[in-house]
Every structure is written in structure tokens, then in C-alpha cells.
Design a protein around this ligand. Structure first.
Ligand code: NAD
Length: 288
């Protein structure tokens, strides 16, 4: 069997085109387009690249770009004041606090300062609670992108055995919750799981977000499984994922490449969340 390729670049392009249309419509109806505020604290080079890409995508979709770059030695109180200012600004539809934060800042307190209606990263305690209760809200971008890819490839979820490898707050845990809300039978494996291959071989849908290059091999995958690789690793020969792509593609039913799989979906879903936030705010719903 040779797996069907799930083309994240193409799906992300479609999402971005749809968002751009929605942005134009909202701008025509409301007078101003949605706006995304990216907050970057300190000079971490990787974070600078991520934020630059997010801002470019935001502008390309026709949204306003409200970027703030703050020095690493800024105080907690000063960041709180900035988040409050952005929260009160009606032109700012979404607020993204780029993580990780420099030492000395309390990330949880700062993230939770973002009102849920503007929480386009879906990481506040309130947004996480809305997801846990399966209520409407803004969802974390990478897991939302995973579901979007699964849907685009028409991989059935209802009743399917879904295994998520990784239980991080950013990816694995919310991915499992989203799969559960789609009525999959969900198992979460992590670094303490005994006999990982035995667990992952049960999967009809396998979402891998472990951060370990090449962790998933043919020994871990039942023939026909849909394999979604969230991992990203920079190597001398380019980007690779958590899945040993060449061998697993020979047994899987579907597979996402790295690069060109989940990666491009994250920014696309950030844009989609910002449009959703702006639309809900325009309708007067402050919970998004
Ligand atoms: P993390 O380090 O916060 O979490 C990793 C999780 O994997 C943990 O829950 C851990 O228990 C589990 N794990 C680690 N080793 C394991 C093993 N040997 N067997 C089973 N489980 C194991 O990482 P994260 O933030 O969730 O990111 C995971 C990967 O996804 C990383 O490679 C990261 O770069 C990538 N990522 C990609 C995107 C994207 O846009 N595509 C976004 C976020 C993260």
C-alpha cells in the first residue's frame, strides 16, 4: 500500500483564501477589517521568525497588523497593561502573545489576561474550559489545523480509534479533546506510556506530536491508518517530523509530509480564528 498524501500546503492555501474573502466581506459591512495584535517579548530568533510569518499572513489576508515588540526586561505589570490596552481596542480582533516568554514573566497570568473573545491562540484557561465542555470558543491553532486536514482528506472520525502521541497543553491534549468532540474513541499516549507500539497499532487515526524525530515507524502503524505528523525538526538535510516518513508511507492509508503537512495549517487556523473572533465581536458576542 502506498499512502495517500495529505497536502497541508494546498489545504492551508484554501483556508487562507476563504479567510481573505470573509475579511473583505466583514470590512465592507463594518468599515474596518479585522486586526491581529502580535506581542513579541525579547529577542528569541525563532519567535521573531514565527511572528514575522504570522504578521505577513495576516496582512496578505487583508487584516490589520498591530504588532508590539517589547524588551525582555519588561515587567509583568507593563505587559498586563499592554494586554489590557489591546483588549479594550475595538480594532484589535485577536491578541497573540508569542511563547515562550522571557524568564521572570508569569506566562499563565499573562495568557489569562487575554479576553476569551480575542484569544486567537485558544490557550486561556477559559478557552481551554470551553473546549473541554465542547462549547463554542476559539480553539488552539495547531490541533484545529490537524482536524481541518483530517476533514479535507475525508478521513472518517466518528467511531474511529484515534490515538494521539503527546499530551502537551499546546498540541496533544487539545488535539485529543477535538477528536473526542468529533466522536472518535480517543487514547492519549505520552512519554510514560508502556509499549507505545501496542497502543499506536490500535489506531485508525494516529496524531503524532511527541517532538522526537522518527519516533513512529512501521512497527507502530497498522496498515491503512491515517498518520498525521505534527513534529517539526530542523536537520542538516531539511525539516523532518516525528514519523519515519518513507517507511510509514508504505503501510499507512494517509500520511502528512513534513514539511507541507500540519506546519502550514497553524498560521492558516490563526487567521481563521482571528476572522471568527472579529465576526463574533461584530455580532456582540463577547465569548467568541
Ligand atoms: P512538548 O515537548 O510540549 O510535548 C511532547 C509530548 O510528547 C509530551 O506530552 C511527551 O509526554 C510526549 N512524548 C515525548 N517523547 C515521547 C515518546 N518517546 N513516546 C511517547 N510520547 C512522548 O511538544 P509540543 O509542543 O506538543 O510539540 C510536539 C512537536 O510538534 C514538536 O516537534 C514541535 O516542534 C511540533 N509542533 C509543530 C507545530 C506545527 O505548527 N506543526 C506546532 C507546535 C508544535
Amino acid at each position: 500500500v502506498t499512502a495517500q498524501l495529505v497536502d497541508g500546503t494546498a489545504v492551508a492555501r484554501q483556508v487562507r483564501e476563504d479567510v481573505a474573502k470573509g475579511v473583505a466581506e466583514l470590512a465592507a459591512a463594518r468599515g474596518t477589517p479585522p486586526g491581529l495584535a502580535t506581542v513579541l517579548i525579547g529577542d528569541d530568533p525563532a519567535s521573531e521568525v514565527y511572528v514575522r510569518n504570522k504578521r505577513r499572513a495576516c496582512t496578505a489576508a487583508g487584516m490589520q497588523d498591530f504588532h508590539r515588540h517589547l524588551p525582555a526586561d519588561i515587567t509583568q505589570e507593563e505587559v498586563v497593561a499592554l494586554v489590557d490596552e489591546l483588549a479594550a481596542d475595538p480594532d484589535v480582533s485577536g491578541i497573540l502573545l508569542q511563547l515562550p516568554l522571557p524568564k521572570g514573566l508569569d506566562r499563565f497570568a499573562l495568557v489569562d489576561r487575554i479576553p476569551p473573545a480575542k484569544d486567537v491562540d485558544g490557550l486561556t484557561t477559559l478557552s481551554r474550559g470551553l473546549l473541554a465542555r465542547d462549547l463554542p470558543g476559539l480553539r488552539p491553532c495547531t490541533p484545529a489545523g490537524v482536524i481541518k486536514l483530517i476533514d479535507a482528506a475525508r478521513i472518517p472520525l466518528e467511531g474511529a480509534a484515534a490515538v494521539v502521541v503527546g499530551r502537551s497543553e499546546l498540541v496533544g491534549h487539545p488535539a485529543a479533546e477535538l477528536l473526542l468532540s468529533r466522536r472518535a474513541t480517543v487514547t492519549i499516549a505520552h512519554s510514560h506510556t508502556r509499549d507505545l507500539a501496542k497502543v499506536t497499532r490500535q489506531a485508525d487515526v494516529l496524531v503524532v506530536a511527541a517532538g522526537v524525530p522518527g519516533l513512529i515507524t512501521t512497527a507502530h502503524v497498522k496498515p491503512g491508518t491515517a498518520v498525521i505528523d505534527v513534529g517539526i525538526h530542523r536537520t542538516d538535510s531539511g525539516l523532518t517530523g516525528d514519523v519515519a516518513y518513507n517507511e510509514v508511507a508504505e503501510v499507512a492509508g494517509w500520511i502528512t509530509p513534513v514539511p507541507g503537512g500540519v506546519g502550514p495549517m497553524t498560521i492558516a487556523m490563526l487567521l481563521a480564528n482571528t476572522l471568527t473572533a472579529a465576526t463574533m465581536q461584530a455580532a456582540g458576542d463577547d465569548r467568541a
